[in-house]
Design a protein around this ligand. Sequence first.
Ligand code: TLP
Length: 345
Amino acid sequence: MEYIDLRSDTVTKPTAEMREAMANAIVGDDVYGDDPTVNKLQEMAASMLGKEAALFVASGTMGNLLALLVHCQRGDEVIVGNKSHIYLNEAGGMAALGGIQACPLENQPDGTLALDDILVSIRTEDVHHPITRLICLENTQNICGGVPLTPAYTRQVGDLARKNHLRLHVDGARIFNSAVAQNVSVRELVDPADSVMFCLSKGLASPVGSMLVGSKEFIARARHLRKMVGGGMRQVGVLAAAGIISLEKMIERLDDDHARARELANGLKQVKGLVVDAASPFTNMVYLNLSEDAKLNAAQIIEEMEKRGVLLDAENMRRFRLVTHCWVDSAGISRVVNAFRELLS
Ligand code: TLP
C-alpha cells in the first residue's frame, strides 16, 4: 500500500533529481575541506542567508548544539522558549555536552518570547549568577503551530540582544517555510541573528543534513567542534549534492505545502469529532484536538488510519500534528479527510 505520511516533513524522500545528482556528485575528503560539492553548498547557504560562512552538519540537532557550544562557556545561561525544540527535543545536549543552563521563557501563542520576559531574565552581574550569553528563537515555531516569526520581531530581539551584549541564534529548521509564508526574503528574516541553523532534510526534501551559518570566525569554531562530536564526514558531497537541489528547486514550492495544509484544515473542520486549532495552519502544519465526544482516542485513530494507508503521529492522547510536504498532493489530502470522516462518523 502507498502510505500518505503526515507524521512530519522529515519523512520526505529524495526526489529523482536529487538521486541523480547524488550518484554523479564530485566528492573529496571534507575533513580536509576538499569536497567541492560540500564547498558549493556551504557557499550557497551563506550567500542566501546573507552571512559570511556556512557549515554542513549531520542534523538540525547537531547544528543547534554546535551553535550553543560556540556561543557559550560552561555555566553560561541561554534564554530559550519553553516550547522550543532546543529545550524539549534535543536530549538535553546543551547541559550534557556543554554544561550550559537553560533559562526557559514561556512561548507566547504566536511563537514569540515576550520582550519584557527576555529583559527581566537577563542576569545582572552578581557573584551568585550565571552569565546570560545567548537568546534562541525558533522560526517557524513548531509546537506553537508552525507559526512564522516576523522580520520586525526578530529585529527587536536582535536589538535587545546587542544592547545587552548577548548573541542571537535562530533555530530556523523551517526558516524557508517562514520566509515563503510571509513573502519576505530569508536574508531579511535572519539579518539580526548571529547564527542560524536550517534543515535541508525537512520540507526541502534532502535525505540528510542541515546548515549552520554565521560569521567566518563562528563557523571556524563550529567546524572544530563538529569534529569533536564526531561530525567530520568524509566524501559527504554525495549528501551535499541533494542539498544543492533543495536550495535550487525546493524552496518556492513550499507554498504548495502550505496550500495543502489549508486544504487539509478546511476538510477536517467539517469532520465531527475533530477540532482544528482556530488559526491553524500558518505554514505546513495542521494542529487539531479530538473533541470530548470523539469515539476513539489518538492511539486508536493512529492504528485505524494506518490500515487506511495514512500515517499519523499524536502529540498526546487528544492532540495531533499533521504535516504536509512534497510527497502529499491534493488527492492525498482528500483521502486523509475521507478516512477521518469514515472513522469518526
Ligand atoms: N523536529 C522533528 C522532531 O524532532 C520533533 C519534527 O518532526 O518536527 N529544530 C526544530 C524546530 C525541529 O522541528 C527539529 C526536528 C530540529 C530542530 C532537529 O532537527 P533534526 O531532526 O535534523 O535533528
